[in-house]
Design a protein around this ligand. Sequence first.
Ligand SMILES: Nc1ncnc2c1ncn2[C@@H]1O[C@H](COP(=O)(O)OP(=O)(O)OP(=O)(O)O)[C@@H](O)[C@H]1O
Ligand SMILES: [Mg+2]
Length: 288
Amino acid sequence: MGWLKRSAAHTKKETTPTGPLPANAGDMPVEGGLSESAAGVEAVVRTPSPVPILQPNRNESAVLEPILTVSGVERSFQVGGQQLHVLKGIDMELQPNRLVMLRGRSGSGKTTLLNMIGGLDQPNRGEIFFLGHPFHQWNDDKRTQVRRKRIGFIFQSFALMPLLSAWENVELALRMAGVPRSEWKPRVQHCLELVGLSKRMHHRPFELSGGEQQRVAIAKAIAHRPTLLLADEPTAELDSQMGAQVMAVFREIIDTEQVTICMTTHDPTILEVADHVYQMVDGKFITT
Ligand SMILES: Nc1ncnc2c1ncn2[C@@H]1O[C@H](COP(=O)(O)OP(=O)(O)OP(=O)(O)O)[C@@H](O)[C@H]1O
Ligand SMILES: [Mg+2]
């Protein structure tokens, strides 16, 4: 298991998910969720990460290992004395430098799955390897170390600090990721320029449109150079034009920042720009 190049031919699309595994018994405590407080504003703990720094390169002809492999993942919750079986056997892979979307009706389990992928929660059954790290086995501290260095989160409602300017919001993300202060200025400037906000760097969130706020949130999420960006309904609160701008920014950062984006959406026009779409129905993927 590793984060190594393979010599086999390159494929653009992710593999088609296979069928579900047997039903799960037992439940696990929820350690967190894909909430703004959980991932966006974590306390600062500076711990050296054992994660390898090798980054994928989209232009390389050789194939890279998937950055994420999910096999037979099941998740249940205990609600009112009853077992609610939410994820019923999920298999998926995320390849480097891809835009992958999860679609499915409300309640089908999309956010629950993103929480697992981001190491915020753990499955009752099945395996999740992120850059070779067994998230299904690791405790919260170990997952958090990897998450801080390698994963970025974007939320439907932007999750910016309201009293801080765009610049300060992005700077805060670098501080929280433990990036040395000397690197902040050029990196903040680069990220805000990348999302098209060079003229709005010192505006506070209430002085920005929804689309601009979401672009600040993207700059904030990519500032520490994550390998994986998870976005839960990032365009749901935007009109179609602003949503399209956000998707254009996503495409740009996949090419320039070497990141894979996994996002949820209900919007059919947005689904069109995906490299791969996983369709979720009642806790399972179906092939369309
Ligand atoms: N911590 C929890 N405890 C109990 N039930 C939960 C918990 N988290 C999620 N669920 C249940 O799991 C199901 C799937 O929820 P989830 O949030 O993953 O759906 P979703 O596909 O993201 O929906 P939406 O499109 O509305 O965001 C829902 O029925 C929800 O009530
Ligand atoms: Mg959801």
